[in-house]
Each structure stands twice: as structure tokens, then as C-alpha cells.
Ligand binder design. Structure first.
Ligand SMILES: Cc1ncc(COP(=O)(O)O)c(C=O)c1O
Length: 412
């Protein structure tokens, strides 16, 4: 959860009671939850009082197929009744099939491979370890990056407030300004950089695309200097931007390592690292990394159901169409508090001209819409990929009133 969202207070009644119990039983890591949710179906969720919400955040870009999708429920039920978990001392057909499918979707060349983890941060942790195995001491990350909360992923994450309480973190990480190709070239020049890690669209930073030119520069310069390019597609992958992976919007661009999670399991925890080509394949040697749960049959079956449904229902095309319509409809509002719409497909940041995004999120929640504010002047939308334009429209229609409810007097 982004720390920037101002959580709305829970309401009196059933929620209040549960909120007290939540406060007594759970560590205070996430602050006060906004609501207690009891049920979901499609693009909607319901709280303890039966209030319905249009879920425009999908568990932060996770519920690719929405809630309680029959294909996902059936796949999980069937797999759990067959073989739910085996350790990685053993293999399973769903795990192998999923790895093969991911390699195909990624267009990975012969000699590529997959490692399964349980989350985005774990996928990045594994990628970090792969980078270390090059023997080179330095790693470059980008300003405003977010790669997760474990110590390694945290070391790659820009925000000082997240990192400072846990220092010392793994060393050798330097941060570069996004878009500064000269700084990138200078940093890579000594030839001692193991990897550069980047998100094609910086999600937690407010849905900020790196842009084609800089991504191409990252690819060209890392290749020139024998440095790995790690693309963190934890938030942007699995159809979220209207491509299987966001970098595929750029013809011919392929990373050396890609990390995935969030949408992959459609709500079931699973992460993945894909290494491209034979040079990366053996950097992690047997025994140098591991996981108990990663890629177990249950998680793999969930991911296979997600990928299969995206394919069968032609959701990539759907995401592009609904996302483009959303962008033009929001811009067509011509509202003075709307600065623009960033992102691609169904990962969108609505930029505001005033720092009122947390208040808009609160007003939206009251009005029955779930979204969040990754920074004070951005509204993030990352709805289920199955959402329709008609469903998005209900939000676009409500948006001017939500902005005006949140704006200080005289700013609308
Ligand atoms: C780009 C990116 N990388 C990594 C992570 C961490 O993933 P997880 O929360 O599954 O550990 C996130 C989560 O928001 C993310 O957006």
C-alpha cells in the first residue's frame, strides 16, 4: 500500500468493532484500514454494511480478472483437490507449464529460464542476487523507484523514508535521474556496474512512464557496457498496460532480467523472475537461492488461469481500448483541477493541479469508488483488466464532483 494515501476513518458500527480488533491484533504497519471488505464479484467489492464499491485499484494492480472470477476459482479448487503444494525437491506440471508459457509470452530466446517467488519484492530480491553474481560491485537504480520492502529490494528503492530506518542496507546501489542519458553513460563507463534496474512506468511514484527514448538508452548503454538490464514489471506486467509486458510496447526492446508478481496470480500470491538468454541463465548456481512456496502447483495453476483468460478473452486489446477511452474521457472533462492523464492501458495516473489527491480518494470512497493517491497530486487507477468502458464511465461522470468536494474554496 502506498504510504501517501490518507486512509478514510472507518465508520461506526460493525466496521468500528472490527477496526478495534484489527488494531489490537495486527501490527500497525499499514495504518488504519479504510474499510473492512467482505465480498467481491467482478469489478465490485462490498463492505460489512453491504455498501458496494467499484474497485478501480484491484488490490493495487493485482486482481487482473476482477473478483471471484469463475476460471480462477475453478482452477484453484481443482488444483487444491489434486496437488496443492510440493516443495522444490519435486517438480509439478503446472509449474513447468507456467514457466514455458511465460517464456513464450516474453519472447525469451533459447537458454532463458524462470525462477518463481511469492511476491514482487522477492522477485526483485532474486534479481538482485543474480546481479551480484556477475561479480561487479555496483548497481544502478532510478530516482523515485519502488522495488519492494525486503532489505535487498529496499536498497534499490529510492524513498529515503522507507530506507533510512533499516540501514545499513546491502551496498553498492546508486540512484540516477530518470531521463538523464549522460549521467547513465558516465555511471556505466567504468565497466563495473552489474545491473541497472528500472520500472518501465514508475507506479508508486505516481504512474510516471520512463518514456521510449530513455528505455532505449538504458538498453543500448547497458548492452554496450556488459551490464544487465533488469526491468521490474511487477506492476506493469501481465496485460496491465495493454501488452503482456510494458516494455513490449517498444519494438525490439528486451531486458536481460524481468521481474513479475501482482497480476500474475490474479490475487493468489506468486512472483517470477525471467532471465533472458544463456548468459544470465547460470549466474545463480544450484543452492544459491531458494524458496519453500515459490511456484507451487496451486500458485502456478492460478497464474495459468489468469494468463489463459487474458488470452481467450482478448483482454490485451480490451485494456488498450478501455484505457484509451478513459484517457480521452477524463481529458474531455476539461476540468481545471485535472492537469493530464499519464500511464498506459489500465495503469493510469490522473495528475491534478492541486495537492488534493488524498482528499479526492476519501470523497471517492464515500461515493463508492476505490482508487488511491500515490502522491499528493496524483489519482491512480489500476482496475481489473475486465472492466468495461460503461463501468469506468460511472467514475468519470462522478469525478468533477469528487474534485470539487476535495478542493479548497476558490480552487475549482
Ligand atoms: C514496481 C514494483 N516492484 C515491486 C513491488 C513489490 O511487490 P510486493 O508488494 O508484491 O512485494 C511493487 C509493489 O507495489 C511494485 O509496484
Amino acid at each position: 500500500m502506498s504510504e501517501q494515501s490518507a486512509p478514510a476513518p472507518v465508520r461506526a458500527g460493525a466496521d468500528e468493532d472490527l477496526a478495534v480488533r484489527y488494531g489490537e491484533a495486527l501490527l500497525p504497519v499499514f495504518g488504519t484500514p479504510q474499510r473492512v471488505l467482505v465480498r467481491g464479484e467482478g469489478v465490485h467489492v462490498w463492505d460489512t454494511e453491504g455498501k458496494q464499491y467499484l474497485d478501480l485499484l484491484a488490490g493495487i494492480a493485482v486482481n487482473a480478472l476482477g473478483h471471484a472470477h469463475p476460471a480462477l476459482s475453478a482452477a484453484l479448487t481443482k488444483q487444491m483437490g489434486t496437488l496443492g503444494h510440493v516443495s522444490n525437491f519435486f517438480a509439478s506440471a503446472p509449474q513447468i507449464e507456467l514457466a514455458e508459457k511465460l517464456l513464450t509470452l516474453a519472447g525469451a530466446p533459447a537458454g532463458s529460464g524462470v525462477f518463481f517467488a511469492n511476491s514482487g519484492t522477492e522477485a526483485n530480491e532474486a534479481a538482485f542476487k543474480i546481479a551480484r553474481r556477475t561479480g561487479r560491485p555496483r548497481i544502478l537504480a532510478l530516482r523515485n523507484s519502488f522495488h519492494g520492502r525486503t532489505m535487498g529490494a529496499l536498497a534499490l528503492t529510492w524513498k529515503e523514508a522507507y530506507r533510512a530506518p533499516f540501514e545499513p542496507l546491502p551496498g553498492g546501489v546508486e540512484f540516477l535521474e530518470v531521463g538523464d542519458e549522460q549521467a547513465l553513460a558516465e555511471a556505466l563507463a567504468p565497466g563495473d556496474v552489474a545491473a541497472v534496474i528500472a520500472e518501465p512506468i514508475q507506479g508508486e511514484a505516481g504512474v510516471r512512464p520512463l518514456g521510449e527514448q530513455y528505455l532505449r538508452a538504458l538498453r543500448r548503454l547497458t548492452r554496450e557496457h556488459g551490464t544487465l538490464l533488469i526491468l521490474d514489471e511487477v506492476q506493469t506486467g501481465i496485460g496491465r498496460t495493454g501488452h503482456w509486458f510494458a516494455h513490449q510496447a517498444i519494438e525490439g526492446l528486451q531486458p536481460d532480467v524481468m521481474t513479475l508478481a501482482k497480476g500474475l496470480g490474479g490475487g493468489f500470491p506468486i512472483g517470477a523472475v525471467i532471465s533472458f538468454g544463456p548468459e544470465v541463465h547460470d549466474l545463480l548456481q544450484p543452492g544459491q537461492h531458494g524458496t519453500t512456496f515459490g511456484g507451487n502447483p496451486l500458485a502456478s495453476a492460478a497464474a495459468l488461469a489468469v494468463l489463459g483468460t487474458i488470452l481467450e478473452d482478448d483482454l490485451l486489446e480490451h485494456v488498450r481500448a478501455v484505457g484509451a477511452q478513459l484517457e480521452s474521457d477524463v481529458l474531455a472533462l476539461g476540468h481545471p483541477l485535472i492537469e493530464g492523464v499519464r500511464g498506459a492501458g489500465l495503469l493510469r495516473g490522473i495528475g491534478l493541479t492541486a495537492p488534493i489527491a488524498p482528499q479526492v480518494v476519501t470523497a471517492a470512497l464515500e461515493a463508492g469508488f476505490i482508487l488511491n493517491a500515490p502522491d499528493a497530486s496524483t489519482l491512480r487507477l489500476a482496475p481489473p483488466l475486465v472492466i468495461t468502458t460503461a463501468q469506468m464511465d460511472t467514475f468519470v461522470t462522478a469525478l468533477p464532483a469528487l474534485l470539487e468536494a476535495a478542493a479548497p474554496e476558490g480552487e475549482n
